[in-house]
Design a protein around this ligand. Structure first.
Ligand code: DQA
Length: 167
């Protein structure tokens, strides 16, 4: 079964009490529970983590590149500051989806730049915890597409020792 890492950055452990008018009353534990439930429907497995430390997030992104089929990340404030996260994400060959609870493009100017976005296949922002569920659904579709592509490539590959057909 495909494993999806869902990584959360600083202060997201405070959801529920942190600026509820912006981030809602749902806790990170609520979102995690919902992700596990939804992943089971999609036949995916979720490894859900949160850290307030940039280096720990870098190590988890590296771990994801070895163990996960896909990566969903809400890097919190590091989204807007961290070249270290960008560099780690660039090493990942798996699909990456960026999630934000709030719509970062409707907020302060400094939140409107993301170091994660250039590495991501897609971005979901402004839909609260529901964005994580949408990201999982999208990840399932991306993985299916990747598998179909791989099968097609394997099918069209010429048998060993023979030249490939040139059409
Ligand atoms: C956030 C948006 C960031 O700008 C902020 O620093 C966060 C949360 C979001 O999910 O909306 O910590 O990533």
């Amino acid at each position: 079964m495909s494993i999806i890492f869902i990584l959360n950055g600083p202060n997201l452990n405070m959801l529920g009490t942190r600026q509820p008018s912006l981030y809602g009353y749902e806790t990170l534990a609520d979102i995690e529970k919902d992700c596990h439930r939804h992943a089971a429907v999609l036949d995916l497995m979720v490894d859900f983590r949160q850290s307030n430390y940039e280096g720990e997030l870098v190590s988890w992104i590296q771990e994801a590149s070895r163990k996960a089929s896909g990566l969903i990340i809400n890097a919190g404030a590091y989204t807007h500051t961290s070249v270290a996260l960008l560099d780690a994400l660039l090493l990942n060959k798996q699909p990456i989806l960026e999630v934000h609870l709030s719509n970062i493009y409707a907020r302060e100017a400094f939140r409107q730049h993301s170091y994660v976005t250039p590495t991501a296949s897609g971005l979901i922002a402004g839909l609260g915890g529901y964005g994580y569920r949408l990201a999982l659904t999208a990840m399932g579709e991306l993985l299916k597409k990747t598998m179909i592509l791989r099968e097609e490539q394997a099918h069209h590959r010429a048998p060993a020792g023979r030249a490939e057909r040139s059409e």
